[in-house]
Design a protein. Structure first.
Length: 101
């Protein structure tokens, strides 16, 4: 709890290489539900004071918090899963190849 009595919200995203698809899927669902409750343009970053991650969690953090020209999150959480499907062979080549065997 902060000094002024307000809660600080923290989203911590674990690492795990190509398994970043899992938190990406969960965050996409969460963001969709928040949009249903609030409005269509809200993003995960609007609900947390701090977002951090290790390894692939850091990559997801960057995707969720990188600002666009209006200082809003550039990507939606729903974009994370597609990113991993399209780019995982380039980013995690040994991990993906090992799992395929």
């Amino acid at each position: 709890m902060a000094k002024n009595g307000q809660f600080i919200t923290i989203l911590s995203i674990d690492g795990g290489g190509v398994r970043g698809i899992i938190p990406g899927t969960v965050l996409a669902f969460l963001e969709s539900e928040l949009q249903n409750l609030d409005c269509d343009y809200v993003r995960i970053a609007d609900y947390f004071d701090y977002i951090a991650g290790t390894s692939t969690g850091g990559l997801i953090t960057a995707m969720l918090t990188t600002p666009d020209y209006q200082n809003r999150p550039l990507l939606a959480a729903k974009d994370i899963k597609n990113f991993y499907f399209e780019e995982s062979l380039k980013i995690f080549p040994l991990q993906v190849q090992t799992r395929a065997l």
